[in-house]
Design a protein around this ligand. Sequence first.
Ligand code: XIL
Length: 400
Amino acid sequence: AATSKINFFNISKFLVIIMKCIVLVILATVLLISCSKGSADENIFHNKEIDDITIGLKNYAIEKGKFIGNLMRDGMFDNLQVHNGSTDNILKTDYNAIVLGNKMKMSNLLRTRPQDPFNVKIEDINTDIIDKFVNYADKHNMRKRGHVMIWYKQIPSWLTNEAPNWSAQQVYDFSKSYILALSAYCKGKIDEWDVLNEGIVNNSFRQGTWYDIINTQANINGDIGYYNYFAYLFKWARQGDSDVELFYNDYNIEAFGTSKNNFMRTFVKKLKLDYSAPIDGVGLQSHFKINLTTDDFISRLGKTIDDLGESDFIANITELDIRICNGDIQTLDDQKKAYKNIVSTAFSRDNCKTILIWGPSDNDSWINSHFEGCGQATPHDENFNKKPAYFGIKEALMDL
Ligand code: XIL
């Protein structure tokens, strides 16, 4: 009996040890699983951080077959590493389309008077500017937007002085030779051109020197009037490059049903159908003030894109910024909503393929110097940090 007691004692002691071991193994397993789960989470978190640094807006746009772009400002053009490379970083991380803010305007491309302004040659154009732009864009796989061929602003001073004395035929000769030379040089390098910029005011064409000449005198073929002249601009641009996309570009034409919007839609359709102008699309500049970006306004922007689409026009957003001005009660979060709503409204349409923003950061924006008391118009702040607007664009792209 004594032996069996001892045996029993030993067996129960043994069982307790076994039980303790089982509990320990279970505990260890639970601990191991939770540890490995913890490190998996850490990895995901870590990747997310890397995402934010290396995965820019463009990666989401590319996935959806869209282009999201921005401009290169003069300061950066002159020194690509300006602001310690911050702007360069933003452009190459976030954007897959690019335009020069000023450098490809006539005031820069044709700064010196050509020997014969009625027979402009490639040698008369500052092609170094184009080369530098194309090199940068190609290096970063960006779609290249040419801005701008014919515009009443930012023209060289020699032209401002001479043009009032030109005949209609001279205006035609100058425009034709300039466009042909420029598009010949840019053939295959530039993907899309603003052939004509801001030709409309309210419900008529913008008046000025050339308006007076072209609408009162015929050229040697008997062509008279802006419709004829404007149609030729597009024909020459097409003659120079058969593959490039050609745009009419303007501001305050975004919301469907305003007088300028009505005139614009009538104008581009008539130009294409009645005057056989090879015009591919309309650039909706979209310089908006925050308090105007209501849901109704943005849905009317969508309606404009649809209406143009029905007539086979591309409708891209070409110079988007949303300024906040003294006295506006709207916040950066309201601006985020506006950016998000605009990007998803425009990009949900097939005939809107590209959205370009007019300024990589609030530091690179034209708003502060052109609209008194206004600023904060872009997706990155003055210190090149991402603003709520940035995440609004990102969310819209992800949700497409
Ligand atoms: C602006 C530039 O951003 C400024 O730097 C410059 O001083 C004036 O022009 N519509 C256009 C753009 O088509 O070319 C303009 O760019 C903004 C309005």
